[in-house]
Design a binder for this molecule. Structure first.
Ligand SMILES: C[S@@+](CC[C@H](N)C(=O)[O-])C[C@H]1O[C@@H](n2cnc3c(N)ncnc32)[C@H](O)[C@@H]1O
Length: 319
């Protein structure tokens, strides 16, 4: 399961190399109802541990590919955030669990009067944020804060917008963090939480290297292992004191082509190792065919690969 060192879900408590074997049951610590969320490993995302730079680098590349593949969904969420804010120009934006910073830079572009702080516990991710900001000519408005959000919210000063994309479910005590965010946001400030519903889909409906429904079965196994699980954050937001919650769900679709095929190859490759022993042998064999460059079913060269990801966004202001 070495190929699971990549993506996020949770918990820097576990070293890389932990695959989906990390079902909630593998963790005795017990605790909040969010435990299962933070312990589930999303096969696309290893752990974002700052102490495993090789894994973080691969993870960062995947996150960049993922975020650019689904850029229209990010822009739509930014549009709605800007509309919710009205004419007020935010001065300070925080991107929590920024990863390599595709979202951080999009925030900086969308809010040109704002300083944007990328917060992550992985220094590898934060280095990528700074490099990307320099390349984009945005270095003067982007800064980073290395912090473990499990330990609370670092002191960032007053915030006008907080963005948390695919990160809130990683945090040990999301309700406590939301309470602190409410306190850190200026009155009228906006919190946006984004989550994606597990592993994206890539294949045409009836395809799966001779095993129709293969992706659905992979997703079911991953979901049962608690990967990328999150609740409807509405209740937590309201309990933390936020005003009316605007929530929407969309299927984001990538454009077929080389990038889509490459992205599918990376995700399914990580998934393959993770599902060993959890998926029927015939399905594992079908996944192997999708990943074999010699096989006609190989995803890495196909033109019918269309990445699809269902995303839910919650947006709420501090009254
Ligand atoms: C799935 S990635 C999301 C990256 C980016 N926001 C996006 O939407 O593409 C989750 C990020 O949260 C970070 N993260 C996870 N748990 C964290 C914690 N407790 N404190 C700080 N960062 C954390 C990981 O290092 C990783 O970069």
């Amino acid at each position: 399961m070495g190929n699971m060192t990549h993506h996020p879900a949770p918990s820097h408590r576990h070293g890389p190399g932990h695959g989906p074997g990390h079902s909630p049951h593998a963790h005795p610590e017990g605790g909040t109802r969010h435990d299962e969320h933070r312990h589930g490993h999303d096969p696309r995302h290893g752990d974002g541990h700052g102490n495993h730079h090789g894994g973080d680098t691969a993870h960062a590349r995947l996150l960049e590919l993922e975020a650019t593949t689904f850029a229209p969904a990010l822009e739509e969420a930014l549009d709605r955030a800007a509309t919710a804010l009205g004419p007020a120009a935010p001065r300070h934006v925080a991107d929590l669990g920024s990863g390599p910073g595709v979202g951080t830079l999009a925030l900086a572009r969308r809010f040109p009067a704002a300083q944007v702080t990328a917060v992550d516990h992985s220094p590898v991710m934060l280095d990528r944020v700074l490099a990307a900001a320099r390349d984009a000519g945005l270095a003067d408005r982007v800064r980073t804060a290395e912090a473990d959000l499990d330990a609370g919210l670092p002191d960032l000063g007053p915030l006008d917008v907080v963005w948390a994309s695919s990160s809130l479910h990683h945090v040990a005590d999301p309700a406590a963090l939301l309470g602190r965010l409410h306190g850190a946001l200026a009155p009228g400030g906006l919190l946006v939480v984004v989550e994606s519903d597990g592993m994206p889909r890539f294949l045409p409906e009836d395809a799966g290297a001779g095993r129709p429904g293969l992706e659905d079965r992979c997703r079911e196994v991953a979901a049962r292992a608690g990967w990328n699980a999150y609740p409807d954050w509405r209740d937590d937001l309201e309990r933390a004191g936020f005003g009316p919650v605007d929530r929407w769900t969309r299927t984001a679709e990538g454009v077929p082509g080389r990038q889509a095929a490459h992205y599918a190859h990376l995700v399914l490759g990580r998934l393959r190792g993770a599902l060993e022993g959890r998926l029927a042998p015939e399905d594992l064999a079908a996944l192997d065919r999708l990943l074999d460059p010699e096989d006609p079913a190989f995803v890495g060269r196909r033109h019918d690969i269309v990445p699809r990801s269902v995303r839910t966004v919650w947006a709420a202001r501090r009254p």
